[in-house]
Design a protein around this ligand. Structure first.
Ligand code: PPS
Length: 391
Protein backbone atom coordinates (compact mmCIF):
# COMPACT_ATOMS: atom_id res chain seq x y z
CA UNK A 1 0.00 0.00 0.00
CA UNK A 2 2.68 2.42 1.00
CA UNK A 3 4.68 1.58 -2.22
CA UNK A 4 1.52 2.33 -4.23
CA UNK A 5 1.14 5.65 -2.46
CA UNK A 6 4.80 6.37 -3.11
CA UNK A 7 4.33 5.53 -6.83
CA UNK A 8 1.33 7.93 -7.15
CA UNK A 9 3.17 10.64 -5.28
CA UNK A 10 6.11 10.39 -7.70
CA UNK A 11 3.77 10.44 -10.73
CA UNK A 12 1.92 13.46 -9.35
CA UNK A 13 5.23 15.23 -8.77
CA UNK A 14 6.31 14.48 -12.35
CA UNK A 15 3.01 15.84 -13.69
CA UNK A 16 3.40 19.10 -11.74
CA UNK A 17 7.01 19.45 -12.98
CA UNK A 18 5.97 18.83 -16.62
CA UNK A 19 3.21 21.43 -16.27
CA UNK A 20 5.64 24.00 -14.88
CA UNK A 21 8.16 23.35 -17.67
CA UNK A 22 5.62 23.60 -20.49
CA UNK A 23 4.08 26.75 -18.96
CA UNK A 24 7.51 28.35 -18.81
CA UNK A 25 8.17 27.43 -22.44
CA UNK A 26 4.83 28.83 -23.63
CA UNK A 27 5.52 32.01 -21.63
CA UNK A 28 8.96 32.16 -23.20
CA UNK A 29 7.60 31.92 -26.73
CA UNK A 30 4.84 34.46 -26.19
CA UNK A 31 7.00 36.96 -24.37
CA UNK A 32 10.08 36.36 -26.51
CA UNK A 33 12.04 35.18 -23.45
CA UNK A 34 13.37 31.94 -24.90
CA UNK A 35 16.85 33.45 -25.19
CA UNK A 36 16.88 34.25 -21.47
CA UNK A 37 15.87 30.70 -20.55
CA UNK A 38 18.64 29.23 -22.68
CA UNK A 39 21.06 31.69 -21.18
CA UNK A 40 19.92 30.88 -17.67
CA UNK A 41 20.36 27.15 -18.25
CA UNK A 42 23.75 27.50 -19.87
CA UNK A 43 24.71 30.38 -17.59
CA UNK A 44 25.58 32.20 -20.78
CA UNK A 45 27.29 35.59 -20.66
CA UNK A 46 24.77 36.77 -23.20
CA UNK A 47 22.31 37.21 -20.35
CA UNK A 48 24.39 40.13 -19.16
CA UNK A 49 24.10 42.02 -22.45
CA UNK A 50 20.84 43.94 -22.91
CA UNK A 51 18.40 42.19 -25.20
CA UNK A 52 16.88 44.09 -28.11
CA UNK A 53 13.28 42.97 -28.47
CA UNK A 54 12.46 43.57 -32.09
CA UNK A 55 9.00 44.63 -33.09
CA UNK A 56 6.92 42.61 -35.55
CA UNK A 57 7.52 43.07 -39.27
CA UNK A 58 5.33 45.55 -41.17
CA UNK A 59 2.33 47.52 -40.03
CA UNK A 60 1.89 49.95 -37.19
CA UNK A 61 0.61 49.19 -33.70
CA UNK A 62 -2.89 49.40 -35.11
CA UNK A 63 -2.02 47.09 -37.98
CA UNK A 64 -0.86 48.69 -41.18
CA UNK A 65 0.68 51.62 -42.91
CA UNK A 66 -1.18 54.14 -45.03
CA UNK A 67 0.85 53.30 -48.12
CA UNK A 68 2.91 50.51 -49.64
CA UNK A 69 6.36 51.00 -51.18
CA UNK A 70 7.19 49.49 -54.59
CA UNK A 71 10.64 48.32 -55.65
CA UNK A 72 11.32 51.72 -57.28
CA UNK A 73 10.71 53.40 -53.89
CA UNK A 74 7.41 54.94 -54.95
CA UNK A 75 4.85 55.22 -52.13
CA UNK A 76 1.40 53.98 -53.16
CA UNK A 77 -1.39 55.38 -51.04
CA UNK A 78 -4.04 52.90 -49.94
CA UNK A 79 -7.72 53.33 -50.88
CA UNK A 80 -9.62 56.07 -49.08
CA UNK A 81 -11.68 53.39 -47.31
CA UNK A 82 -8.49 51.82 -45.91
CA UNK A 83 -7.08 55.25 -45.01
CA UNK A 84 -10.25 56.02 -43.06
CA UNK A 85 -10.25 52.70 -41.23
CA UNK A 86 -6.58 53.14 -40.22
CA UNK A 87 -7.15 56.76 -39.17
CA UNK A 88 -4.54 58.02 -41.66
CA UNK A 89 -3.87 61.75 -41.65
CA UNK A 90 -1.15 64.14 -42.82
CA UNK A 91 0.75 65.46 -39.82
CA UNK A 92 3.62 67.91 -39.47
CA UNK A 93 6.94 66.14 -38.87
CA UNK A 94 8.39 65.50 -35.43
CA UNK A 95 11.76 64.48 -36.86
CA UNK A 96 13.95 66.19 -39.46
CA UNK A 97 17.07 64.99 -41.24
CA UNK A 98 18.80 68.27 -42.12
CA UNK A 99 22.00 67.26 -43.98
CA UNK A 100 24.83 67.25 -44.85
CA UNK A 101 24.70 66.96 -48.62
CA UNK A 102 25.79 63.64 -50.17
CA UNK A 103 26.14 62.01 -46.76
CA UNK A 104 23.49 59.30 -47.15
CA UNK A 105 20.46 61.31 -45.97
CA UNK A 106 18.30 59.99 -48.82
CA UNK A 107 19.14 56.38 -47.97
CA UNK A 108 18.58 56.80 -44.23
CA UNK A 109 15.25 58.53 -44.81
CA UNK A 110 14.01 55.82 -47.15
CA UNK A 111 15.09 52.94 -44.93
CA UNK A 112 13.39 54.56 -41.93
CA UNK A 113 10.22 54.62 -44.02
CA UNK A 114 9.93 50.86 -43.41
CA UNK A 115 9.81 51.24 -39.63
CA UNK A 116 6.24 50.46 -38.48
CA UNK A 117 6.14 53.51 -36.23
CA UNK A 118 7.48 56.00 -38.78
CA UNK A 119 6.08 57.69 -41.88
CA UNK A 120 8.67 59.44 -44.01
CA UNK A 121 8.14 62.08 -46.70
CA UNK A 122 8.89 60.56 -50.11
CA UNK A 123 10.93 63.51 -51.35
CA UNK A 124 12.79 66.59 -50.10
CA UNK A 125 10.06 69.14 -49.38
CA UNK A 126 12.62 71.97 -48.94
CA UNK A 127 10.18 73.88 -46.74
CA UNK A 128 12.52 75.57 -44.28
CA UNK A 129 14.94 76.73 -46.97
CA UNK A 130 13.05 77.25 -50.23
CA UNK A 131 9.31 77.04 -49.65
CA UNK A 132 8.83 78.72 -46.29
CA UNK A 133 6.68 81.46 -47.83
CA UNK A 134 4.07 78.81 -48.70
CA UNK A 135 3.11 78.41 -45.04
CA UNK A 136 2.78 75.49 -42.64
CA UNK A 137 -0.54 74.23 -44.09
CA UNK A 138 1.18 73.77 -47.42
CA UNK A 139 3.99 71.94 -45.60
CA UNK A 140 1.49 69.64 -43.91
CA UNK A 141 -0.15 68.92 -47.28
CA UNK A 142 3.21 67.59 -48.55
CA UNK A 143 3.55 65.12 -45.68
CA UNK A 144 2.87 61.38 -45.99
CA UNK A 145 -0.33 59.95 -44.54
CA UNK A 146 0.30 58.30 -41.19
CA UNK A 147 -1.66 56.38 -38.58
CA UNK A 148 -2.26 57.99 -35.15
CA UNK A 149 0.65 56.11 -33.54
CA UNK A 150 3.16 56.93 -36.28
CA UNK A 151 5.72 59.73 -36.22
CA UNK A 152 6.28 61.78 -39.38
CA UNK A 153 9.82 62.41 -40.59
CA UNK A 154 11.08 64.71 -43.33
CA UNK A 155 14.54 64.97 -44.83
CA UNK A 156 16.01 67.88 -46.78
CA UNK A 157 19.77 68.15 -46.92
CA UNK A 158 19.70 71.90 -47.60
CA UNK A 159 18.18 72.78 -44.18
CA UNK A 160 21.52 72.54 -42.44
CA UNK A 161 23.00 75.31 -44.61
CA UNK A 162 20.21 77.87 -44.42
CA UNK A 163 20.82 80.73 -42.03
CA UNK A 164 17.18 80.93 -40.82
CA UNK A 165 16.21 77.27 -40.97
CA UNK A 166 16.80 76.42 -37.29
CA UNK A 167 14.70 79.39 -36.16
CA UNK A 168 11.95 78.56 -38.64
CA UNK A 169 11.94 74.93 -37.51
CA UNK A 170 11.50 75.83 -33.86
CA UNK A 171 8.77 78.39 -34.72
CA UNK A 172 6.81 75.96 -36.90
CA UNK A 173 7.42 72.64 -35.19
CA UNK A 174 8.29 73.67 -31.63
CA UNK A 175 11.44 72.92 -29.66
CA UNK A 176 10.43 69.30 -29.14
CA UNK A 177 11.45 68.43 -32.68
CA UNK A 178 14.23 65.87 -33.11
CA UNK A 179 17.00 66.69 -35.53
CA UNK A 180 19.29 64.18 -37.24
CA UNK A 181 22.53 65.40 -38.81
CA UNK A 182 24.59 63.04 -40.96
CA UNK A 183 28.21 64.05 -41.22
CA UNK A 184 30.73 62.53 -43.57
CA UNK A 185 34.48 62.94 -43.75
CA UNK A 186 34.60 66.49 -45.21
CA UNK A 187 37.09 65.55 -47.94
CA UNK A 188 35.00 62.55 -49.00
CA UNK A 189 31.88 64.69 -49.00
CA UNK A 190 33.45 67.38 -51.16
CA UNK A 191 34.66 64.82 -53.70
CA UNK A 192 31.33 63.00 -53.80
CA UNK A 193 29.41 66.27 -54.18
CA UNK A 194 31.70 67.41 -57.00
CA UNK A 195 31.40 64.08 -58.84
CA UNK A 196 27.61 63.90 -58.54
CA UNK A 197 27.20 67.51 -59.68
CA UNK A 198 29.57 67.03 -62.61
CA UNK A 199 27.78 63.82 -63.55
CA UNK A 200 24.43 65.61 -63.52
CA UNK A 201 25.78 68.35 -65.77
CA UNK A 202 27.07 65.83 -68.31
CA UNK A 203 24.02 63.64 -67.99
CA UNK A 204 21.31 66.29 -68.12
CA UNK A 205 19.85 67.55 -71.36
CA UNK A 206 20.54 71.10 -70.18
CA UNK A 207 23.54 72.93 -71.48
CA UNK A 208 26.41 73.17 -69.07
CA UNK A 209 25.80 76.92 -68.56
CA UNK A 210 22.09 76.34 -67.89
CA UNK A 211 22.78 73.53 -65.43
CA UNK A 212 25.35 75.63 -63.62
CA UNK A 213 22.74 78.37 -63.21
CA UNK A 214 20.20 75.88 -61.81
CA UNK A 215 22.88 74.39 -59.58
CA UNK A 216 23.92 77.82 -58.30
CA UNK A 217 20.33 78.84 -57.62
CA UNK A 218 19.67 75.65 -55.67
CA UNK A 219 22.66 76.29 -53.41
CA UNK A 220 22.78 80.05 -53.09
CA UNK A 221 19.74 80.46 -50.90
CA UNK A 222 20.14 82.66 -47.89
CA UNK A 223 23.01 80.63 -46.56
CA UNK A 224 25.55 80.98 -43.88
CA UNK A 225 28.92 81.11 -45.51
CA UNK A 226 32.54 81.78 -45.01
CA UNK A 227 33.71 85.18 -46.20
CA UNK A 228 37.00 85.82 -47.94
CA UNK A 229 38.33 87.77 -44.95
CA UNK A 230 37.98 84.98 -42.48
CA UNK A 231 34.95 86.40 -40.67
CA UNK A 232 32.35 83.72 -40.47
CA UNK A 233 28.63 83.67 -40.84
CA UNK A 234 28.23 86.61 -43.22
CA UNK A 235 25.02 86.82 -45.09
CA UNK A 236 24.76 86.50 -48.85
CA UNK A 237 26.08 84.31 -51.57
CA UNK A 238 28.02 86.61 -53.82
CA UNK A 239 31.37 85.43 -52.53
CA UNK A 240 30.79 81.76 -53.22
CA UNK A 241 32.42 80.13 -56.20
CA UNK A 242 30.37 77.68 -58.25
CA UNK A 243 33.14 76.72 -60.61
CA UNK A 244 33.19 73.15 -61.88
CA UNK A 245 36.29 72.20 -63.82
CA UNK A 246 36.87 68.85 -65.49
CA UNK A 247 38.88 67.51 -62.53
CA UNK A 248 38.31 67.77 -58.80
CA UNK A 249 41.81 69.06 -58.19
CA UNK A 250 41.41 71.92 -60.68
CA UNK A 251 38.03 72.77 -59.16
CA UNK A 252 39.07 73.05 -55.52
CA UNK A 253 42.73 74.07 -55.67
CA UNK A 254 43.43 77.62 -56.80
CA UNK A 255 47.01 76.72 -57.39
CA UNK A 256 48.80 73.55 -56.27
CA UNK A 257 49.19 74.97 -52.77
CA UNK A 258 46.01 76.88 -52.09
CA UNK A 259 42.59 75.45 -51.39
CA UNK A 260 39.81 77.45 -52.96
CA UNK A 261 37.93 77.86 -49.69
CA UNK A 262 35.05 79.73 -51.28
CA UNK A 263 34.36 76.90 -53.68
CA UNK A 264 30.91 75.51 -52.95
CA UNK A 265 32.11 71.88 -52.71
CA UNK A 266 34.60 72.86 -50.04
CA UNK A 267 32.39 75.37 -48.22
CA UNK A 268 29.56 72.85 -47.88
CA UNK A 269 31.86 70.57 -45.86
CA UNK A 270 32.66 73.23 -43.25
CA UNK A 271 29.97 71.80 -41.01
CA UNK A 272 30.83 73.78 -37.92
CA UNK A 273 29.72 77.10 -39.45
CA UNK A 274 26.31 75.79 -40.30
CA UNK A 275 25.69 73.73 -37.18
CA UNK A 276 26.27 76.53 -34.69
CA UNK A 277 22.75 77.89 -35.11
CA UNK A 278 21.23 74.39 -34.69
CA UNK A 279 23.20 73.60 -31.57
CA UNK A 280 22.25 76.96 -30.07
CA UNK A 281 18.57 76.41 -30.80
CA UNK A 282 18.13 72.76 -29.78
CA UNK A 283 19.34 70.94 -26.68
CA UNK A 284 21.73 67.97 -27.10
CA UNK A 285 19.04 65.36 -26.49
CA UNK A 286 17.18 66.75 -29.49
CA UNK A 287 20.12 66.46 -31.88
CA UNK A 288 21.64 63.22 -33.10
CA UNK A 289 24.75 63.28 -35.23
CA UNK A 290 25.22 60.23 -37.41
CA UNK A 291 28.60 59.26 -38.77
CA UNK A 292 27.97 58.75 -42.49
CA UNK A 293 30.92 56.36 -42.92
CA UNK A 294 29.64 54.14 -40.12
CA UNK A 295 26.17 54.18 -41.62
CA UNK A 296 27.58 53.08 -44.99
CA UNK A 297 29.61 50.25 -43.40
CA UNK A 298 27.26 49.09 -40.63
CA UNK A 299 23.76 50.35 -41.35
CA UNK A 300 22.24 48.06 -38.68
CA UNK A 301 24.20 49.79 -35.91
CA UNK A 302 23.24 53.25 -37.10
CA UNK A 303 19.59 52.28 -37.38
CA UNK A 304 19.64 50.96 -33.80
CA UNK A 305 21.08 54.29 -32.64
CA UNK A 306 18.45 56.24 -34.57
CA UNK A 307 15.61 54.07 -33.20
CA UNK A 308 16.81 54.69 -29.67
CA UNK A 309 17.07 58.44 -30.28
CA UNK A 310 13.55 58.55 -31.69
CA UNK A 311 12.16 56.38 -28.91
CA UNK A 312 10.65 53.85 -31.31
CA UNK A 313 10.82 50.07 -30.93
CA UNK A 314 13.83 48.20 -32.35
CA UNK A 315 12.85 46.98 -35.80
CA UNK A 316 15.88 46.86 -38.11
CA UNK A 317 17.79 43.71 -37.14
CA UNK A 318 21.40 43.52 -38.38
CA UNK A 319 20.43 40.71 -40.78
CA UNK A 320 17.93 43.01 -42.54
CA UNK A 321 20.90 44.45 -44.47
CA UNK A 322 23.02 42.70 -47.05
CA UNK A 323 26.06 43.99 -48.89
CA UNK A 324 25.49 44.23 -52.63
CA UNK A 325 28.62 43.74 -54.75
CA UNK A 326 27.13 45.55 -57.76
CA UNK A 327 26.28 48.78 -55.95
CA UNK A 328 29.01 48.45 -53.28
CA UNK A 329 26.41 49.42 -50.71
CA UNK A 330 24.17 47.70 -48.21
CA UNK A 331 20.67 46.98 -49.44
CA UNK A 332 17.59 46.14 -47.41
CA UNK A 333 16.71 42.45 -47.37
CA UNK A 334 13.73 42.69 -45.06
CA UNK A 335 10.96 43.62 -44.57
CA UNK A 336 11.34 44.19 -48.32
CA UNK A 337 14.22 43.49 -50.66
CA UNK A 338 15.11 46.93 -51.98
CA UNK A 339 18.28 48.82 -52.89
CA UNK A 340 19.06 52.51 -53.22
CA UNK A 341 19.97 53.28 -56.83
CA UNK A 342 23.37 54.91 -57.26
CA UNK A 343 24.35 57.19 -60.08
CA UNK A 344 26.85 55.53 -62.41
CA UNK A 345 29.61 57.88 -61.35
CA UNK A 346 33.17 56.79 -61.88
CA UNK A 347 35.42 57.55 -58.93
CA UNK A 348 38.72 58.86 -60.26
CA UNK A 349 41.89 58.59 -58.24
CA UNK A 350 42.42 61.89 -56.46
CA UNK A 351 46.05 62.78 -55.86
CA UNK A 352 47.28 62.17 -52.30
CA UNK A 353 48.77 65.62 -52.36
CA UNK A 354 45.39 67.26 -53.01
CA UNK A 355 43.78 65.12 -50.31
CA UNK A 356 46.36 66.03 -47.70
CA UNK A 357 45.96 69.74 -48.55
CA UNK A 358 42.25 69.44 -48.05
CA UNK A 359 42.76 67.58 -44.78
CA UNK A 360 44.87 70.50 -43.59
CA UNK A 361 42.18 72.89 -44.74
CA UNK A 362 39.43 71.11 -42.79
CA UNK A 363 41.48 70.43 -39.68
CA UNK A 364 40.48 73.56 -37.78
CA UNK A 365 36.82 73.33 -38.63
CA UNK A 366 36.84 69.68 -37.48
CA UNK A 367 38.44 70.72 -34.22
CA UNK A 368 35.78 73.40 -33.66
CA UNK A 369 33.12 70.94 -34.67
CA UNK A 370 34.43 68.58 -32.03
CA UNK A 371 34.14 71.31 -29.42
CA UNK A 372 30.67 72.09 -30.65
CA UNK A 373 29.37 68.54 -30.66
CA UNK A 374 31.74 67.25 -27.95
CA UNK A 375 31.78 63.65 -29.02
CA UNK A 376 32.31 64.10 -32.72
CA UNK A 377 35.76 62.62 -32.53
CA UNK A 378 35.86 60.29 -35.51
CA UNK A 379 36.75 62.97 -38.02
CA UNK A 380 39.70 64.43 -36.20
CA UNK A 381 43.20 63.27 -36.78
CA UNK A 382 42.33 59.92 -38.19
CA UNK A 383 40.50 60.54 -41.41
CA UNK A 384 41.50 57.74 -43.75
CA UNK A 385 43.20 58.91 -46.91
CA UNK A 386 40.80 56.71 -48.79
CA UNK A 387 37.82 58.97 -49.26
CA UNK A 388 35.22 56.40 -50.33
CA UNK A 389 33.12 55.14 -47.40
CA UNK A 390 32.71 51.62 -48.71
CA UNK A 391 36.20 50.71 -49.89
N1 PPS B 1 23.03 51.77 -48.38
C1 PPS B 1 23.37 52.77 -49.19
N2 PPS B 1 22.87 52.85 -50.45
C2 PPS B 1 23.21 53.89 -51.26
N3 PPS B 1 24.03 54.91 -50.89
C3 PPS B 1 24.56 54.85 -49.65
C4 PPS B 1 24.26 53.80 -48.75
N4 PPS B 1 24.92 54.02 -47.60
C5 PPS B 1 25.61 55.14 -47.76
N5 PPS B 1 25.39 55.65 -49.00
C6 PPS B 1 26.05 56.86 -49.49
O1 PPS B 1 25.13 57.91 -49.70
C7 PPS B 1 25.80 58.85 -50.53
C8 PPS B 1 24.80 59.75 -51.21
O2 PPS B 1 24.23 60.50 -50.20
P1 PPS B 1 22.81 61.19 -50.34
O3 PPS B 1 21.82 60.18 -50.72
O4 PPS B 1 22.55 61.96 -49.13
O5 PPS B 1 23.10 62.24 -51.47
S1 PPS B 1 22.31 62.58 -52.76
O6 PPS B 1 20.89 62.67 -52.42
O7 PPS B 1 22.59 61.55 -53.76
O8 PPS B 1 22.83 63.88 -53.15
C9 PPS B 1 26.59 58.00 -51.51
O9 PPS B 1 27.83 58.64 -51.68
P2 PPS B 1 28.83 58.29 -52.86
O10 PPS B 1 29.41 56.96 -52.51
O11 PPS B 1 29.86 59.35 -52.83
O12 PPS B 1 28.03 58.25 -54.12
C10 PPS B 1 26.72 56.65 -50.83
O13 PPS B 1 28.01 56.25 -50.59
Amino acid sequence: MSSRLYFFAVCFGCLILAAIISFTRIYAVICNKSESILNYRGKSLALKTPQRHYSQEGGSLHGGKCHTISSDWVQHLKSSKELDSLGCKQKLPKVLIIGARTSGTRTLNRILGFHPQLATAAYEVKFFDKNYHRGSEWYRSQMPFSTPDQITLESTEGYMYHRNASLRVSKTLGDDIKVIIMLRDPVARSISDYLLTRHRIYDSKMTSAHYKRVFKESRSLDRLLVSGKGKHGRRGSTKMSYTIEDTFEKTVLKNPDLVSHKNIFIADSLYVYYLRSWVKKFTPNHILEVNAEKFARKPGETLAKVEEFLGVRPFFRPDYFKFNMNTSTFCLQKPQSICMPRLPVEYPVISEDAISKLRGHFENSCRYLFLLLKHYSELIGDIPLNYHPIE
